[in-house]
Design a protein around this ligand. Sequence first.
Ligand code: HEM
Length: 423
Amino acid sequence: MGNPHPMPGRRTPRPENALQLLTKGYGWLPDRRRAAVGRTVGARLGGLPVTAIEGPAAARFLYDEDHVRRAHAIPEPVQGTLFGKGAVHTLDGDEHRVRKSMFIALLMREDGIASLVRQATDAWDEAVDGWAGRPQIVLMDEAATVIAGAVCRWAGVPVTDDEVPGVARDLTAMVDGFATGGPRHWRARRARGRREAWLGQLVDDVRTGRTTVPAGSAVEVVAQHRDAAGEQLDPRIAAVELLNIIRPTTAVAWFLAFSGHALARWPENRKRLASGDDAFAEAWAHEVRRFYPFAPFIGGRAPREVEWDGARIPRNSMVLLDLYGQNHDAEIWGDPYAFRPERFLGRDIGEFELVPQGAGDPRTNHRCPGEQLTVALLAALATRLAQLDVAMPEQDLTIALHRIPARPASGVVLQVRSSVRQG
Ligand code: HEM
């Protein structure tokens, strides 16, 4: 394929321009790739070059800090809503590795994952009794409330039962509003402002002894963490990083809503998922994360002129890894637009193959440290979802690919007929 940037611009793209990319939706890069007949496509934003790459080798290329760095790459509107300013996502080198080690220690321990999954399944079981007494529920909202309550308690964030729905609404608003300039965006900013102030105060109180939280809890670990220079995190940054634990965990509600969609669309899977077959439930979690659109792409800037797949990538220009595109690459997945959980049964997943949460080694690069937790939580809650005795009223289950983040339009409305689990 030819060089997508025959005449690279000399100016530096403003990161804000990258927001324009997010308004184009999930189909944009795959469509351009089909037109270009290759895995690497060039695009221009405000007249400046962006290179979008895809495939396991491309992912390996992007995760090398010699080729792509994260600092100054994430648009302000995304930091102001989704990640928070000064978040681990924006760091490189030693600073990144020291901050990241805090997340790895908290999120990649089997006992920690198991205890959070237990708290979430208990909360789900308790909620189901209430759902059965109501005419109907919106699965996405209820799942967010169940998970938000469980993850706050697991993390050591004190919340009362009455506070949990409001916390869940704010956490989902931060995810829902990062890729739009409209009212959802301003809702997300307000939600972030409120919750950073709340958790910043908690960190302060823990440090001064006004509040105590369980030893080893996320709140304690983040409050006491020291950065690469040996300093404690500013309370606002500590709040940002606590939100980077409780917000994305709550976002697993999107995958529950997608699971509800998949069960409605391909009901032949219900019995096996409901049966408690752990291997199938895990395969289900992988297929939901592969098949449905959620995180669209990741990226950074080239610290110097680099070359990939015959394309010259100018210094400082943006390089994107098309996550949605790679998860639908026929060379990796064969029949990628078929929803088939069995494709993951007995399959070893390569480190750079399945990329809904990034690629490579999360201990040393930016890959999501919450991926094992996501898979475990989704497998457990999707199993319970399949066990519900439900009817689905008329509703709009359309998933619009131009809306980032995508979601079933109705949020998946269920009439829960009985709280007794169907095996
Ligand atoms: C809802 C499912 C989730 C999705 C789709 C998701 C997706 C992602 C993606 C695409 C990245 C960026 C990877 C990169 O830049 O290379 C990421 C990073 C991150 N995720 Fe997740 N994630 C999810 C759940 C979680 C959970 C449950 C947690 C924590 C409890 C979490 C915490 C983080 C953190 C802290 C980072 C930044 C890592 C870094 O920059 O080094 N995520 N996630």
